[in-house]
Design a protein around this ligand. Structure first.
Ligand code: HEC
Ligand code: HEC
Length: 291
């Protein structure tokens, strides 16, 4: 009798289990994108540097407190509900960085959050924003990145809690939260600078319990990934700065009350201050028109 019940249970649950496994495998299956045809392109190093600054790769990938803003050693830690992420070495080192990668590897990491081995990256790497990057900009960034120095410091492993440590699960995260639509439907250079390159929302928008951005609270402030305090809202309702005040902050770091920018934002401002006045104006325009 017992055996019969057992057999029935197996009979019913086994197919369900198999279906679940197949569905899981299919939806978490990494898929490679094909980059643009390079033969048609001439790289622009100047533009590559601007993309590097605007997208702030160095904010996360230089070692903690380092003065060299171009040595992408890794090692900075980000504390989250899922555990601690450590930014990897993405310098030119063939052994410890990504010096042995080709353009297609670089392209897939930025555009789709996927490694050369076909594994998903964790969205602590803000590819959810970078997915909007222009192909030509990624190519210029790649060419510029190649001129940066190598560093032989090994990358550290993340310290994450189950089940968030399973890369395959990020396939589900991508389906749920990797929106290929911009938030601001104006879609001009302001949107591009803020949403694609600047990835401002990755810090300034609160996240749900699975780490997806709460789009209904766009730029309304969130938890600080460096573990200290909160990240302020930059929604115009809360910020209440003029366009000139925002532009001043992004170029000198001074707030209207003559406070100096601090925390992770200091590095964002250091980068953005090296862009043109026009770019800072476009960023300010975006902040002022958020609804
Ligand atoms: C907010 C912090 C942050 C920013 C900004 C950032 N990254 Fe990262 N990056 C990470 C983290 C964390 C990882 C590790 C992801 C993982 O292990 O899944 C990572 C991983 C990577 C990897 C994979 C390295 C490897 O060894 O497989 C590459 C390549 C990379 N980032 C390039 C960039 C570039 C290029 C930029 C700028 C356009 C950038 N990152 C900006 C945090 C960041
Ligand atoms: C790595 C996380 C991070 C990113 C990315 C980021 N910010 Fe910030 N931002 C902060 C933090 C933290 C503060 C608070 C700074 C302080 O305490 O001095 C801040 C402060 C600000 C302020 C001042 C708010 C106030 O009330 O003082 C503005 C404006 C701002 N950010 C705009 C931006 C824009 C525009 C971008 C994108 C280009 C951006 N931020 C990207 C973390 C970030």
């Amino acid at each position: 009798m017992k055996a019969l019940i057992f057999n029935r249970t197996v009979l019913f649950t086994l197919p369900l289990f198999l279906i679940a496994v197949i569905v899981y495998t299919l939806i978490t299956q990494p898929k490679k994108l094909t980059p643009i045809d390079l033969s048609l392109l001439k790289a622009n190093l100047d533009n590559g540097k601007k993309v590097f600054l605007a997208s702030g790769c160095n904010s996360c990938h230089i070692s903690e407190g380092s003065d060299n803003k171009y040595l992408l050693t890794g090692g900075q830690k980000f504390f989250t509900n899922f555990g601690t992420f450590v930014a990897p070495n993405i310098s030119n080192s063939k052994e410890h960085g990504i010096g042995s990668w080709d353009f297609s590897d670089f392209y897939n990491s930025i555009k789709f959050g996927q490694s050369p081995l076909g594994e998903h990256y964790f969205p602590a790497f803000p590819y959810n924003s970078y997915q909007h990057m222009d192909d030509k900009d990624i190519y210029d960034l790649w060419t510029y990145w190649k001129t940066l120095p190598s560093d032989e410091t090994p990358s550290q492993v993340h310290d994450l809690v189950f089940p968030f440590n399973i890369r395959r699960n990020i396939g589900i995260w991508k389906i749920l939260f990797m929106k290929d639509k911009y938030f601001d439907q104006t879609i001009d250079r302001s949107t591009y600078l803020v949403e694609a390159l600047g990835h401002c929302a990755e810090c300034h928008t609160p996240r749900n319990y699975l780490g997806g951005l709460k789009r209904s609270l766009w730029m309304k402030g969130g938890i600080n990934p460096s573990g200290k305090g909160k990240i302020p809202s930059i929604h115009p309702e809360d910020l209440m700065w003029t366009k000139e005040e925002i532009m001043e902050y992004l170029s000198s770091g001074f707030t209207p009350d003559y406070d100096m920018v601090g925390g992770k934002m200091a590095s964002v401002v250091e980068n953005i201050s090296q862009l043109s006045d026009l770019d800072r104006e476009l960023i300010a325009d975006y902040l002022l028109r958020i609804e």
